[in-house]
Ligand binder design. Structure first.
Ligand code: ADE
Length: 661
């Protein structure tokens, strides 16, 4: 009975002890726990597996299953064991030991983030759950003091480099099943996306922004975000990086419209199109223009050589043979036929410096229809004046010069027997403008006709294109005067005598321009020509000098118009000077005394003449740059004549018109 009682007491004691133990821990302590020395854990996004294959029946009834987690050099290590919760583990007392899951809480152990957990079910420490680390108050206040917003070491996806199906658009998952607690609170989560030879990889890591990542420093504007926005690595086409600082934020790789490689191309393409297309079109237009210009010039030369004589010449001459000579190398409208044109010289109608002009009869074709001959003008140069003949012939040879207000050129001839060079042109029986004005007073309409046509001739000469828009070499006359303007029977004018003219070819060198010197007729010379102070490098200055001379001719025509009251006898500009004033006396007059031909006050009595006078004044301005261009004068004259057409004639004007001759 005593033995029974003793055993019974023992049992009761055991029962009471175990009961007390149960009361102490409130939950059922596990009898079996994972128990492994530190070994690499296998971490998923929310938990880590201890990889422990050793299960231990805990020695103490109060023991719980425990796990210790830490990370070193990116490797997560886990240690599992049975543990008496009344004892410290790694110097730290476990807090919550009654849960069925092993939920890691962060404890700073000698400045390092070590995470511990405990749980009360069999082998519950096989899997540990991750949570944000907590840091001691002292550390918190220290970090607050130094104002570091990132006080927690980050939980980031940490799979290093893995292949991915992400194509770099929209939002991609990293597909990384490892979550790591970054070693230091300074580190942020980083993802990198790369495509190389069709191989696409994603890299997920923690990274300290103080250090370069793939040679690039992360930007705080990027990693201070809780979203991982992909940005292209400068100069690398298929390399994108994002960084951020919230839990596992590098799991989602966000390619925005502008960052995505494909989208970027889509963005860049319209920009390129918008900028490059107009540029290409401009280049194309310029190239085509130059090509077209070149081809036109080539064709022109070929055409000249082929024809030897233009179609109008043929109509006059009626000789097919005359235009078939293409063998000559300098055959621009040069009649090289051994059979020279059947021309009979009548009488001299003009004399120039190096030549004489004849009225002549050109025998017409054999058809017998119409007139037996055509009246032409023949300008004859002695053999010694070959250069003058050639210069003028070359000017006439430009087919683009053809214009109703430029003397019509027929052909050139080398009259070997007579040792003469000929230029054969249209004949105008009214002679030159100077002769015409000395014999005639003109009405307002005639003034407009004569002046307008003459100015159109100068504008065409100066122009870089024909009326039809074809390219043309601008030419300056350099000896404009009323005796070098011919009057046609319809009272329009044409310019003649191009012996001093100059083609303002782009091929002309500054030396050639500089050597072109002081030429023309002193009376009509612009001040800068008289002084030899022309800007020879600027081809416009030659045109400006022509405009000055043209203004004097306009004055001559106006001075003979019957709408200005008392029309005096014809006098050339600066008529008070002797017949052929020398350069020095012109300089005194035009430059020193700033004289210009007189415009009496009666010129203001007619609105048209008044407007024309102002235009003339703008053309003979002392400053060449201030002068109007010939084209501008054409437009002014058009405006003036059409305005006067619609204006009622004032009584004053009417009286002066009635008293006209
Ligand atoms: N004087 C100079 N050239 C002339 C021409 N072609 N017609 C009439 N007279 C001129």
């Amino acid at each position: 009975m005593e033995r029974f009682c003793g055993f019974g007491l023992l049992l009761l004691g055991c029962f009471l002890m175990s009961g007390a133990s149960l009361v102490l821990h409130s939950a059922n302590p596990p009898s079996v726990c994972k128990s492994c020395d530190p070994r690499p854990g296998n971490c998923m996004s929310q938990h880590c597996s201890s990889n422990c294959d050793v299960s231990q029946t805990c020695p103490n009834p109060q023991d719980v299953c425990a796990a210790v987690w830490w990370r070193e050099d990116g490797v997560v290590t886990l240690e599992t064991m049975c543990h008496d919760p009344t004892q410290p583990l790694y110097g730290v007392m476990l807090e919550d030991v009654s849960t069925s899951d092993c939920l890691l809480t962060s404890k700073y152990v000698r400045g390092r983030d070590v995470r511990l957990c405990a749980c009360t079910e069999d082998e519950c420490n096989e899997r540990v759950l991750l949570s944000k680390p907590s840091i001691p108050d002292q550390t918190k206040s220290f970090l607050e003091k130094i104002k570091r917003p990132n006080i927690f070491p980050e939980l980031c996806k940490f799979c290093d480099i893995r292949s991915t199906t992400c194509n770099g658009t929209g939002i991609c998952e990293s597909s990384c099943d490892i979550t790591a607690i970054c070693t230091s609170p300074d580190e942020v989560c980083v993802s990198a996306w790369r495509r190389n030879d069709g191989n696409t990889v994603v890299e997920t890591v923690c990274h300290d922004p103080a250090l370069p990542f793939h040679g690039q420093y992360l930007q705080s504007v990027d990693y201070d975000s809780d979203r991982c926005l992909m940005k292209q690595v400068k100069s690398l086409e298929n390399f994108y990086i994002c960084s951020c600082n919230s839990e596992e934020c590098n799991d989602k790789l966000i390619f925005t419209d502008t960052s995505s490689p494909d989208e970027e191309k889509k963005e860049v393409l319209p920009v390129l199109l918008v900028t490059l297309v107009p540029l290409l079109i401009t280049v194309l237009v310029i190239v085509s223009f130059f090509y077209w210009y070149h081809v036109c010039r080539q064709l022109k030369v070929i055409d000249h050589k082929r024809k030897g004589m233009d179609s109008e010449t043929y109509a006059i001459i009626g000789h097919e043979d005359n235009r078939s000579d293409s063998s000559s190398t300098n055959a621009n409208n040069l009649n090289h036929n051994t059979e020279l044109l059947p021309i009979h010289l009548d009488s001299v109608v003009g004399k120039g410096r190096f030549s004489e002009v004849y009225r002549a009869k050109l025998k017409q074709g054999v058809t017998g229809v119409g007139e037996p001959f055509q009246t032409v003008a023949v300008k004859i140069f002695p053999y010694e004046e070959y250069i003058s003949w050639k210069t003028e012939w070359e000017i006439f040879s430009d087919v683009e010069l053809r214009h109703e207000n430029i003397l019509h050129f027929l052909t050139a001839e080398d009259r070997k027997v007579e040792r003469q060079y000929w230029l054969i042109t249209a004949y105008h029986e009214l002679g030159n403008l100077q002769e015409f004005l000395s014999r005639h007073i003109v009405s307002w309409e005639e003034l407009c006709r004569l002046a307008g046509s003459m100015v159109r001739g100068v504008a065409h000469l100066h122009s870089e294109q024909t009326t039809c828009g074809r390219a043309k070499v601008p030419i300056v006359h350099r000896d404009l005067k009323s005796s070098n303007v011919l009057v046609k029977t319809d009272l329009t004018c044409c310019l003649c005598d191009f012996g001093l003219s100059l083609q303002l070819d782009s091929a002309m060198s500054p030396e050639e321009l500089a050597n072109s010197g002081q030429v023309g007729t002193a009376r009509y010379m612009a001040p800068e020509v008289l002084e030899s102070r022309m800007d020879l490098e600027n081809t416009e200055s030659f045109k400006q000098a022509d405009v000055y001379s043209m203004a004097l001719v306009l004055w001559e025509i106006t001075s003979r118009c019957n709408v200005i009251g008392d029309v005096r006898e014809y006098k050339p500009p600066f008529g008070t000077l002797r017949d052929h004033p020398c350069i020095d006396s012109m300089k005194d007059h035009v430059i020193r005394d700033r004289q210009r031909p007189e415009m009496p006050s009666t010129w203001n009595s007619h609105t048209g003449v008044q407007l024309l006078s102002s235009t003339i004044e703008e053309c003979w301005d002392h400053d060449p740059e201030s002068r109007l261009t010939a084209q501008c004068v054409v437009e002014r004259l058009n405006d003036i004549s059409s305005m006067i057409d619609v204006l009622p004639i004032s009584s004053e004007q009417k009286t002066s018109e009635d008293s006209g001759i």
